[in-house]
Design a protein around this ligand. Structure first.
Ligand code: HEC
Length: 247
């Protein structure tokens, strides 16, 4: 036994080297995961993802960590580890997560229940503009896009339509009522939501100022939408029985 050598790797340099070897891939994983999360946040903001993309970035980071632990166990911890390995695991985890989420049933239905009662649109042009700008989320005539078949975009699209229909469904307006803020949200520019027409998507939903003026004029002459509801205390579903506009 050579006593001049410390049998335990406690020398500061050796300890530091071991620690670096141990932590480097995890640090790389954290940085990589952090980048994914930031991308998730930005994409969520751009497409109205409500945290779905951010959540998937976190899940992907978790899966990458699990993959790293699993391969370490399988090969023994002596395997030389590099930050590049963490990046490869993140890439692999991304593919695994992207494939697995396709099995989630939510977002497949693409429902379009029967139309039970549209507003009595003032003119066919009023309806045409509403269909272009609003029916993608507030009707039972949703034209489901191709990416509504691909998770997680299918989830996000379905959520927009579910929440949109819940707020106001122009296909059930006469039977179910709904928000009477139609004119207000159009004039504010809050509807259609900004994400809906980003990247040239649904370009026909982006109405020009002239079209907006034309639409608002038509809506003002549409019963149930144009009538001002003073007081604002009343919720949707209230009907003024039998009252009719006559020309
Ligand atoms: C991409 C889907 C989408 C499109 C297109 C869209 N909306 Fe919406 N709308 C929603 C969602 C989701 C909500 C509920 C959450 C919210 O208020 O943002 C909503 C809420 C509303 C509300 C209720 C808001 C309130 O404060 O009472 C009104 C009214 C409305 N939308 C009208 C419209 C009109 C009019 C158009 C067309 C000019 C339109 N929306 C286009 C998704 C959409």
């Amino acid at each position: 036994m050579d006593d001049s050598r410390d049998p335990h790797p406690t020398a500061p340099a050796e300890r530091a080297r071991r620690l670096t070897t141990l932590l480097a891939p995890w640090a790389a994983l954290l940085v990589g995961g952090g980048v994914l999360v930031v991308i998730g946040l930005v994409v969520d903001w751009l497409i109205g993802g409500s945290g779905v993309m951010t959540g998937l970035a976190l899940v992907t980071t978790g899966v990458a960590a699990a993959l790293m632990i699993w391969t370490d166990r399988r090969r023994g911890t002596r395997t030389p580890v590099t930050p590049g390995r963490a990046v490869r695991h993140l890439g692999l985890a991304l593919v695994v997560v992207a494939v697995l989420i396709q099995a989630v049933p939510y977002g497949r239905a693409h429902s379009n229940p029967p139309v039970t009662g549209e507003p009595d649109w003032a003119t066919p042009r009023t309806r045409e503009l509403m269909v272009r700008a609003c029916y993608g989320c507030h009707s039972n005539e949703v034209d489901w896009p191709w990416y509504a078949d691909v998770a997680p975009f299918s989830w996000i699209t379905t959520r927009h339509v579910d929440e949109g229909r819940e707020a106001v469904n122009y296909s059930e307006f006469a039977t179910r009522g709904g928000s009477d803020d139609t004119i207000e949200v159009i004039l504010e520019g809050s509807m259609p939501p900004a994400y809906y027409t980003r990247f040239g998507l649904h370009s026909s939903a982006k109405l020009t100022d002239a079209e907006i003026a034309e639409l608002v004029e038509g809506l003002r002459a549409t019963p149930g939408i144009g009538e001002e509801h003073e007081g604002g205390e009343h919720e949707g579903g209230e009907h003024e029985g039998g009252e009719h506009d006559d020309d």
